[in-house]
Design a protein around this ligand. Structure first.
Ligand code: DOR
Ligand code: ZN
Length: 346
Protein backbone atom coordinates (compact mmCIF):
# COMPACT_ATOMS: atom_id res chain seq x y z
CA UNK A 1 0.00 0.00 0.00
CA UNK A 2 1.43 3.36 -1.06
CA UNK A 3 -0.28 6.57 -0.06
CA UNK A 4 -1.81 6.60 -3.56
CA UNK A 5 -3.41 3.17 -3.65
CA UNK A 6 -5.17 0.94 -1.17
CA UNK A 7 -6.03 -2.73 -1.65
CA UNK A 8 -8.55 -4.41 0.59
CA UNK A 9 -10.94 -7.33 0.77
CA UNK A 10 -14.16 -6.55 -1.04
CA UNK A 11 -16.24 -4.31 1.20
CA UNK A 12 -19.89 -4.72 2.18
CA UNK A 13 -22.48 -1.98 2.68
CA UNK A 14 -24.38 -2.60 5.91
CA UNK A 15 -27.19 -0.07 5.20
CA UNK A 16 -28.75 0.38 1.76
CA UNK A 17 -32.11 1.51 0.34
CA UNK A 18 -32.50 -0.19 -3.05
CA UNK A 19 -36.19 0.67 -3.51
CA UNK A 20 -38.17 -1.31 -6.07
CA UNK A 21 -39.25 -1.29 -9.72
CA UNK A 22 -37.66 1.35 -11.96
CA UNK A 23 -35.57 2.86 -9.14
CA UNK A 24 -34.20 -0.54 -8.11
CA UNK A 25 -33.22 -1.21 -11.71
CA UNK A 26 -31.36 2.11 -11.95
CA UNK A 27 -29.61 2.24 -8.57
CA UNK A 28 -28.62 -1.39 -7.97
CA UNK A 29 -25.56 -1.29 -10.29
CA UNK A 30 -24.04 1.56 -8.23
CA UNK A 31 -24.10 -0.54 -5.07
CA UNK A 32 -23.21 -3.84 -6.74
CA UNK A 33 -20.18 -2.34 -8.54
CA UNK A 34 -18.51 -1.59 -5.22
CA UNK A 35 -19.91 -3.93 -2.58
CA UNK A 36 -20.07 -7.73 -2.33
CA UNK A 37 -23.05 -7.77 0.03
CA UNK A 38 -25.48 -5.22 1.36
CA UNK A 39 -28.07 -5.07 4.11
CA UNK A 40 -31.24 -4.04 2.28
CA UNK A 41 -33.64 -1.77 4.13
CA UNK A 42 -37.27 -2.96 4.25
CA UNK A 43 -39.05 0.43 4.13
CA UNK A 44 -40.88 -0.23 0.87
CA UNK A 45 -44.56 0.59 0.34
CA UNK A 46 -45.95 -1.65 1.80
CA UNK A 47 -43.04 -2.48 4.13
CA UNK A 48 -41.33 -5.88 4.08
CA UNK A 49 -42.83 -7.50 7.17
CA UNK A 50 -43.19 -11.17 6.16
CA UNK A 51 -40.79 -13.89 5.04
CA UNK A 52 -42.75 -14.22 1.80
CA UNK A 53 -42.42 -10.48 1.06
CA UNK A 54 -38.68 -10.52 1.75
CA UNK A 55 -38.17 -13.61 -0.42
CA UNK A 56 -40.06 -11.97 -3.28
CA UNK A 57 -38.07 -8.73 -2.84
CA UNK A 58 -34.78 -10.62 -2.88
CA UNK A 59 -35.92 -12.28 -6.12
CA UNK A 60 -36.62 -8.88 -7.70
CA UNK A 61 -33.21 -7.58 -6.61
CA UNK A 62 -31.41 -10.59 -8.09
CA UNK A 63 -33.45 -10.29 -11.29
CA UNK A 64 -32.40 -6.61 -11.59
CA UNK A 65 -28.69 -7.42 -11.13
CA UNK A 66 -26.64 -6.74 -14.27
CA UNK A 67 -24.91 -9.90 -15.54
CA UNK A 68 -21.36 -10.38 -14.35
CA UNK A 69 -21.77 -8.55 -11.04
CA UNK A 70 -21.25 -10.72 -7.98
CA UNK A 71 -23.56 -9.27 -5.32
CA UNK A 72 -25.56 -10.75 -2.46
CA UNK A 73 -28.53 -8.83 -1.05
CA UNK A 74 -29.15 -9.45 2.65
CA UNK A 75 -32.83 -8.72 3.16
CA UNK A 76 -34.34 -7.61 6.46
CA UNK A 77 -37.67 -7.46 8.30
CA UNK A 78 -39.51 -4.21 9.10
CA UNK A 79 -40.50 -4.30 12.76
CA UNK A 80 -44.05 -3.28 13.66
CA UNK A 81 -46.03 -3.33 16.89
CA UNK A 82 -47.59 -6.55 15.61
CA UNK A 83 -44.50 -8.44 14.40
CA UNK A 84 -44.70 -12.13 15.28
CA UNK A 85 -41.65 -13.68 16.96
CA UNK A 86 -42.25 -16.98 15.14
CA UNK A 87 -42.24 -15.30 11.71
CA UNK A 88 -39.05 -13.39 12.53
CA UNK A 89 -37.36 -16.59 13.71
CA UNK A 90 -38.50 -18.51 10.64
CA UNK A 91 -37.07 -15.82 8.34
CA UNK A 92 -33.77 -15.75 10.22
CA UNK A 93 -33.37 -19.53 10.16
CA UNK A 94 -34.21 -19.59 6.44
CA UNK A 95 -31.53 -16.97 5.71
CA UNK A 96 -34.14 -14.50 4.42
CA UNK A 97 -34.09 -12.07 7.35
CA UNK A 98 -30.46 -11.16 8.05
CA UNK A 99 -31.69 -8.69 10.68
CA UNK A 100 -34.72 -6.71 11.87
CA UNK A 101 -35.06 -2.95 11.31
CA UNK A 102 -36.64 -0.75 13.95
CA UNK A 103 -38.12 2.51 12.71
CA UNK A 104 -39.83 4.55 15.39
CA UNK A 105 -43.25 5.34 13.84
CA UNK A 106 -43.07 8.52 11.72
CA UNK A 107 -39.32 9.01 12.25
CA UNK A 108 -38.49 8.99 8.53
CA UNK A 109 -39.43 7.87 4.99
CA UNK A 110 -42.06 5.09 4.97
CA UNK A 111 -41.99 4.60 8.71
CA UNK A 112 -45.70 5.14 9.34
CA UNK A 113 -46.09 1.46 10.23
CA UNK A 114 -43.04 1.52 12.49
CA UNK A 115 -42.97 0.94 16.21
CA UNK A 116 -45.12 3.22 18.39
CA UNK A 117 -43.71 1.94 21.70
CA UNK A 118 -40.68 -0.31 22.04
CA UNK A 119 -42.39 -2.23 24.86
CA UNK A 120 -44.79 -3.66 22.28
CA UNK A 121 -41.89 -5.43 20.56
CA UNK A 122 -40.22 -7.01 23.60
CA UNK A 123 -41.41 -10.52 22.70
CA UNK A 124 -39.77 -10.24 19.30
CA UNK A 125 -36.61 -8.66 20.70
CA UNK A 126 -36.28 -11.40 23.34
CA UNK A 127 -36.52 -14.03 20.61
CA UNK A 128 -33.91 -12.21 18.54
CA UNK A 129 -31.54 -12.01 21.51
CA UNK A 130 -31.86 -15.77 21.97
CA UNK A 131 -31.16 -16.33 18.25
CA UNK A 132 -28.24 -13.88 18.02
CA UNK A 133 -30.19 -11.95 15.37
CA UNK A 134 -29.20 -8.27 15.01
CA UNK A 135 -31.61 -5.36 15.57
CA UNK A 136 -30.88 -2.37 13.32
CA UNK A 137 -32.03 0.86 14.86
CA UNK A 138 -33.07 4.19 13.39
CA UNK A 139 -32.13 6.05 16.55
CA UNK A 140 -34.31 9.14 16.69
CA UNK A 141 -37.21 10.03 18.96
CA UNK A 142 -40.24 11.50 17.20
CA UNK A 143 -41.60 13.64 20.02
CA UNK A 144 -42.35 17.03 18.40
CA UNK A 145 -41.15 18.76 21.57
CA UNK A 146 -37.61 17.54 20.92
CA UNK A 147 -35.45 19.71 18.70
CA UNK A 148 -34.73 17.90 15.43
CA UNK A 149 -30.97 18.17 16.03
CA UNK A 150 -31.33 16.51 19.47
CA UNK A 151 -33.42 13.53 18.41
CA UNK A 152 -30.57 11.05 18.22
CA UNK A 153 -29.01 11.98 21.57
CA UNK A 154 -32.41 11.86 23.28
CA UNK A 155 -33.16 8.48 21.68
CA UNK A 156 -29.95 7.07 23.16
CA UNK A 157 -30.88 8.28 26.62
CA UNK A 158 -34.59 7.41 26.58
CA UNK A 159 -34.80 4.30 24.41
CA UNK A 160 -31.45 2.70 23.58
CA UNK A 161 -29.77 2.73 26.99
CA UNK A 162 -32.84 1.26 28.75
CA UNK A 163 -33.19 -1.36 25.99
CA UNK A 164 -29.59 -2.47 26.44
CA UNK A 165 -30.09 -2.66 30.21
CA UNK A 166 -33.18 -4.80 29.68
CA UNK A 167 -31.73 -7.07 26.97
CA UNK A 168 -27.94 -6.92 27.21
CA UNK A 169 -27.54 -10.01 24.98
CA UNK A 170 -29.40 -8.43 22.03
CA UNK A 171 -27.06 -7.49 19.16
CA UNK A 172 -27.85 -3.92 18.12
CA UNK A 173 -26.53 -1.73 15.31
CA UNK A 174 -27.19 1.96 15.85
CA UNK A 175 -27.51 2.99 12.21
CA UNK A 176 -26.10 6.11 10.50
CA UNK A 177 -24.81 7.80 13.65
CA UNK A 178 -24.57 11.59 13.44
CA UNK A 179 -23.48 12.79 16.88
CA UNK A 180 -20.54 12.69 19.26
CA UNK A 181 -23.00 11.38 21.85
CA UNK A 182 -23.69 8.35 19.67
CA UNK A 183 -20.03 7.70 18.87
CA UNK A 184 -19.10 7.93 22.56
CA UNK A 185 -22.03 5.79 23.68
CA UNK A 186 -21.22 3.03 21.19
CA UNK A 187 -17.52 3.06 22.03
CA UNK A 188 -18.28 2.76 25.75
CA UNK A 189 -20.96 0.05 25.43
CA UNK A 190 -20.46 -3.71 25.47
CA UNK A 191 -19.64 -5.94 22.52
CA UNK A 192 -23.29 -6.30 21.51
CA UNK A 193 -23.59 -2.68 20.32
CA UNK A 194 -22.07 -1.43 17.06
CA UNK A 195 -22.74 1.48 14.68
CA UNK A 196 -22.70 2.27 10.99
CA UNK A 197 -21.33 5.57 9.70
CA UNK A 198 -22.32 7.06 6.34
CA UNK A 199 -19.92 8.69 3.89
CA UNK A 200 -21.99 11.86 3.78
CA UNK A 201 -21.99 12.35 7.56
CA UNK A 202 -18.18 12.15 7.44
CA UNK A 203 -18.13 14.89 4.81
CA UNK A 204 -20.84 17.44 5.59
CA UNK A 205 -22.13 19.27 8.63
CA UNK A 206 -25.47 21.06 8.89
CA UNK A 207 -24.15 24.18 7.15
CA UNK A 208 -24.30 22.17 3.91
CA UNK A 209 -28.10 22.27 4.09
CA UNK A 210 -28.08 26.06 3.79
CA UNK A 211 -24.95 26.83 1.73
CA UNK A 212 -25.99 29.75 -0.50
CA UNK A 213 -29.65 28.65 -0.34
CA UNK A 214 -31.71 25.65 0.66
CA UNK A 215 -30.02 22.40 -0.45
CA UNK A 216 -32.57 19.57 -0.58
CA UNK A 217 -29.99 17.05 -1.83
CA UNK A 218 -28.08 17.43 1.45
CA UNK A 219 -31.18 16.57 3.47
CA UNK A 220 -31.35 13.15 5.08
CA UNK A 221 -32.41 11.70 8.41
CA UNK A 222 -30.88 11.80 10.88
CA UNK A 223 -30.02 15.28 9.63
CA UNK A 224 -26.34 16.30 9.59
CA UNK A 225 -25.25 18.00 12.82
CA UNK A 226 -22.64 20.63 13.82
CA UNK A 227 -18.97 20.40 12.84
CA UNK A 228 -17.92 19.06 16.28
CA UNK A 229 -20.11 16.02 15.62
CA UNK A 230 -18.73 15.45 12.13
CA UNK A 231 -15.21 15.49 13.56
CA UNK A 232 -16.21 12.99 16.27
CA UNK A 233 -17.63 10.68 13.58
CA UNK A 234 -14.40 10.90 11.58
CA UNK A 235 -12.39 10.00 14.67
CA UNK A 236 -14.67 7.05 15.48
CA UNK A 237 -14.76 5.65 11.94
CA UNK A 238 -11.00 5.88 11.45
CA UNK A 239 -10.06 4.85 15.01
CA UNK A 240 -9.69 1.15 14.27
CA UNK A 241 -12.41 0.38 16.84
CA UNK A 242 -14.23 -2.73 15.49
CA UNK A 243 -17.61 -1.40 16.64
CA UNK A 244 -17.77 1.07 13.76
CA UNK A 245 -18.35 -0.06 10.20
CA UNK A 246 -19.46 1.04 6.76
CA UNK A 247 -23.13 1.68 5.99
CA UNK A 248 -23.84 4.26 3.30
CA UNK A 249 -27.59 4.73 3.88
CA UNK A 250 -27.76 5.48 0.16
CA UNK A 251 -31.41 6.55 -0.15
CA UNK A 252 -32.43 7.64 -3.66
CA UNK A 253 -35.51 9.75 -4.36
CA UNK A 254 -36.32 11.25 -7.78
CA UNK A 255 -35.18 14.88 -8.02
CA UNK A 256 -38.83 15.94 -8.28
CA UNK A 257 -39.53 14.39 -4.87
CA UNK A 258 -36.48 16.05 -3.28
CA UNK A 259 -37.07 19.51 -4.74
CA UNK A 260 -40.71 19.99 -3.80
CA UNK A 261 -42.53 21.53 -0.87
CA UNK A 262 -41.96 18.98 1.89
CA UNK A 263 -39.18 17.18 -0.01
CA UNK A 264 -38.11 13.65 0.89
CA UNK A 265 -35.23 12.84 3.23
CA UNK A 266 -32.44 10.77 1.71
CA UNK A 267 -29.09 11.17 0.01
CA UNK A 268 -28.26 9.06 -3.05
CA UNK A 269 -24.69 8.30 -2.06
CA UNK A 270 -24.01 5.02 -3.90
CA UNK A 271 -22.33 6.48 -7.04
CA UNK A 272 -19.33 7.75 -5.03
CA UNK A 273 -19.74 6.42 -1.48
CA UNK A 274 -16.85 3.93 -1.39
CA UNK A 275 -14.52 6.47 -2.95
CA UNK A 276 -15.56 9.16 -0.44
CA UNK A 277 -14.79 6.84 2.47
CA UNK A 278 -11.35 6.15 0.94
CA UNK A 279 -10.77 9.88 0.64
CA UNK A 280 -11.75 10.43 4.28
CA UNK A 281 -9.42 7.67 5.50
CA UNK A 282 -6.61 9.13 3.35
CA UNK A 283 -7.23 12.61 4.77
CA UNK A 284 -7.16 11.20 8.30
CA UNK A 285 -3.92 9.27 7.52
CA UNK A 286 -5.75 6.08 8.38
CA UNK A 287 -5.70 4.13 5.10
CA UNK A 288 -4.17 1.21 7.03
CA UNK A 289 -7.48 1.01 8.95
CA UNK A 290 -9.76 1.33 5.94
CA UNK A 291 -10.09 -2.41 5.34
CA UNK A 292 -11.23 -3.03 8.93
CA UNK A 293 -13.96 -0.39 8.64
CA UNK A 294 -15.10 -1.33 5.12
CA UNK A 295 -14.60 -5.08 4.95
CA UNK A 296 -13.90 -6.75 8.33
CA UNK A 297 -15.79 -5.16 11.22
CA UNK A 298 -19.24 -5.55 9.68
CA UNK A 299 -18.99 -9.27 8.85
CA UNK A 300 -17.48 -9.91 12.26
CA UNK A 301 -20.42 -8.28 14.01
CA UNK A 302 -22.96 -10.10 11.84
CA UNK A 303 -21.13 -13.42 12.27
CA UNK A 304 -20.36 -13.79 8.56
CA UNK A 305 -17.05 -14.50 6.83
CA UNK A 306 -15.16 -11.59 5.28
CA UNK A 307 -15.06 -11.58 1.47
CA UNK A 308 -12.11 -13.32 -0.18
CA UNK A 309 -11.60 -11.26 -3.33
CA UNK A 310 -9.66 -7.99 -3.24
CA UNK A 311 -10.33 -4.58 -4.76
CA UNK A 312 -8.02 -1.62 -5.24
CA UNK A 313 -8.73 2.09 -5.03
CA UNK A 314 -6.27 4.61 -6.40
CA UNK A 315 -5.83 8.36 -6.21
CA UNK A 316 -7.15 9.05 -9.69
CA UNK A 317 -9.59 11.94 -9.94
CA UNK A 318 -12.98 11.54 -11.64
CA UNK A 319 -16.26 13.42 -11.65
CA UNK A 320 -19.55 12.27 -10.12
CA UNK A 321 -22.33 12.35 -12.74
CA UNK A 322 -24.66 15.35 -12.49
CA UNK A 323 -27.73 13.14 -12.75
CA UNK A 324 -28.61 9.46 -13.04
CA UNK A 325 -31.53 8.72 -15.37
CA UNK A 326 -34.30 6.35 -14.26
CA UNK A 327 -37.72 5.47 -15.64
CA UNK A 328 -39.14 7.21 -12.54
CA UNK A 329 -37.31 10.46 -13.34
CA UNK A 330 -33.69 11.53 -12.83
CA UNK A 331 -31.77 11.24 -9.55
CA UNK A 332 -29.17 13.65 -8.19
CA UNK A 333 -26.22 11.78 -6.64
CA UNK A 334 -24.40 13.08 -3.58
CA UNK A 335 -21.65 15.48 -4.76
CA UNK A 336 -23.16 15.59 -8.26
CA UNK A 337 -20.72 17.08 -10.76
CA UNK A 338 -17.91 17.33 -8.20
CA UNK A 339 -14.44 15.86 -8.46
CA UNK A 340 -13.56 12.87 -6.27
CA UNK A 341 -9.87 12.18 -5.65
CA UNK A 342 -10.13 8.40 -5.24
CA UNK A 343 -11.40 5.87 -7.72
CA UNK A 344 -12.26 2.19 -7.55
CA UNK A 345 -10.13 0.41 -10.15
CA UNK A 346 -11.94 -2.03 -12.46
O1 DOR B 1 -32.63 10.12 4.90
C1 DOR B 1 -33.18 9.05 5.03
N1 DOR B 1 -33.75 8.41 3.99
N2 DOR B 1 -33.22 8.50 6.24
C2 DOR B 1 -33.94 7.40 6.47
O2 DOR B 1 -33.96 6.97 7.61
C3 DOR B 1 -34.74 6.75 5.41
C4 DOR B 1 -34.21 7.08 4.09
C5 DOR B 1 -35.17 6.75 2.97
O3 DOR B 1 -35.71 5.65 2.93
O4 DOR B 1 -35.35 7.60 2.09
ZN1 ZN C 1 -31.63 4.25 5.97
Amino acid sequence: MSSDTVTLRRPDDWHVHLRDGALLQAVLPFTARAFARAIIMPNLVPPVTSVAAAEAYRGRILAALPPGLDFTPLTTAYLTDDSDPAEIERGFRAGIFAAVKLYPAHATTNSAQGVTDIARTYRVLERMAALGMPLLVHGEVTDPDIDVFDREAVFIERVLAPLIRRLPQLKIVLEHITTKEAADFVAAAGETLAATVTAHHLLINRNALFAGGLRPHMYCLPVAKRETHRLALRRAATSGNAKFFLGTDTAPHPIADKERDCGCAGIFAAPAALEIYAQVFAEEKALDRFEAFASLNGPRFYGMPANERRITLARRPWRVPATVPTAAGPLRPFLAGEEIAWRLLP
